[in-house]
Design a protein around this ligand. Structure first.
Ligand code: SAH
Ligand code: TMP
Ligand code: ZN
Length: 406
């Protein structure tokens, strides 16, 4: 029986997605033999409502000098983080000498804005390759894992913080206790922690089970974050839905009683209860929906194979690792995966070892079908790939349901 990372009560597992490799562990031929696998599954805590992985992978196995995810690859995300930064600046950085810290600052996609506005900032980013990209742009970055000890070091060096920001990173911490203790220490009396992560409400609604992989340990809701905040002297004061990454929720936390709680919190929790996020039934239903997608997608890929159609994968996202390995999509069904990130090109996909080719390969000779793994960037991609469609190509999407798009 597995215990909840947050409250230590027994969790209820609701999905098992098989043996999986590291989602961003793109590898060379020589590395196949020593590839690492773990059991990927998720469970629901009936006590504190946190949805979570049933097994956690060591951080050092995922975040290192060859981390494959560069945030700056998406134009849409650059704009998104600019808006995020503007909002923070307007609401919370009006005092003298404001100071902002970001946890999981990657290549500096968010902090670039504060740097441009000459606002004092510090990024915490343990993956040295992406941290270097930020440093080279003049963004103040420490290549470290954030935790409660590091918070002391930041206070010693710079003092306390007005706004701690984090995107797609807080969800990675099974040991979130040391993170929130650190955050609470680091904040000024009126300081805020603002973070956004994939929203379990959207995952259930869209059957976007591919958000479940090693790096995503926690799947937050307003219900679970409100509980979590209280445990560490913090209070959830605002929530806001975001369309990016397939649907996220942005949470603002402050020290207990420091701000009036916005009505958005009660509204969102009301909706979550209405949709049954605090009951096991929706999670069971989710598993049935995933099985249906698996059946539909595999039938389609096998049919196209028989018809001798060429099918490739579009974008070697971390999410694609879950789909490929759980469904058993072999290089026989998917010729290659096209991706714009240089560090992934020439390598093979984790687990099934499908070759990753540069985007130019796709442009030079369009396949008959492209399986859209970056469905969360669907609008941006379909707008830029009109020529693929006009030359007879078709998209295969699998979220929320398997569908061919002409
Ligand atoms: N914020 C960016 C990057 C998200 S990926 C974006 O939204 O696009 C998550 C990042 O968190 C990775 O770059 C990873 O190296 C970093 N990370 C992992 N553990 C961390 C820790 N303990 N402290 C700070 N960053 C961490
Ligand atoms: P993400 O879905 O986890 O953000 O991963 C994005 C990956 O998709 C990254 O490897 C870059 C790749 N990508 C493309 O190859 N082409 C594109 O047009 C976009 C938006 C992303
Ligand atoms: Zn719990």
């Amino acid at each position: 029986m597995k215990k909840c990372f947050i409250c230590q009560k027994t969790i209820k597992p609701f999905i098992f997605l098989g043996k999986q490799p590291i989602a961003n562990g793109f590898l060379l031929l020589n590395d196949f033999k020593k590839e690492y696998f773990y059991n990927l599954g998720a469970g629901y805590c009936p006590n504190c409502f946190m949805v979570q992985l049933t097994q956690q992978v060591d951080a050092q196995k995922m975040f290192h000098e060859n981390y494959a995810f560069y945030s700056g690859t998406s134009v849409l995300m650059k704009d998104h983080f600019k808006e995020f930064a503007k909002d923070v600046q307007k609401k919370y950085l009006n005092g003298p000498k404001p100071f902002v810290v970001e946890i999981g600052s990657n290549d500096g996609i968010m902090l670039q804005n504060f740097s441009d506005w000459h606002i004092s900032h510090l990024g915490i980013e343990p993956s040295s390759n992406v941290a270097k990209v930020a440093k080279d742009k003049g963004i103040n970055t420490w290549c470290e894992f954030f935790n409660s000890k590091l918070a002391d070091k930041i206070i010693n060096e710079y003092g306390k913080v007005d706004a701690i920001l984090s995107a797609n990173t807080m969800c990675q911490f099974g040991d979130i206790k040391t993170i929130l203790i650190g955050v609470e220490k680091l904040l000024k009396d009126k300081g805020v922690l603002i973070f956004e992560d994939p929203y379990i409400g959207d995952i259930l609604k869209k059957t976007s089970y591919d958000q479940i992989y090693d790096e995503h340990v926690l799947y937050f809701s307003a219900l679970s974050v409100q509980n979590l905040a209280k445990k560490y002297g913090l209070e959830l004061i605002n929530v806001e839905h975001q369309e990016v990454h397939g649907g996220e929720l942005r949470y603002t936390l402050a020290k207990g009683g420091a701000y009036k709680v916005s009505s958005s919190v009660a509204d969102r929790i009301g909706q979550e209860k209405k949709h049954g996020l605090n009951k096991f039934g929706v999670y069971k239903k989710f598993r049935q929906n995933v099985e249906q997608t698996k059946k539909d997608l595999m039938e389609l890929l096998n049919k196209l194979k028989k018809q001798k159609k060429t099918v490739i994968g579009y974008a070697a996202t971390s999410k694609s690792t879950t789909v490929i390995n759980y469904f058993g999509i072999t290089p026989n069904l998917l010729e290659y995966i096209s991706d714009t990130t240089p560090i992934k090109q020439g390598k093979f996909s984790p687990g099934m070892h499908i070759p990753i080719k540069p985007y130019e390969t796709f442009k030079e000779k369009y396949p008959d079908y492209a399986l859209l793994f970056a469905w969360n960037h669907g609008k941006e991609i379909m707008a830029k790939e009109k020529e693929f469609i006009s030359s007879g190509g078709k998209w295969i999407v699998y979220v929320p349901k398997v569908k061919i798009v002409k």
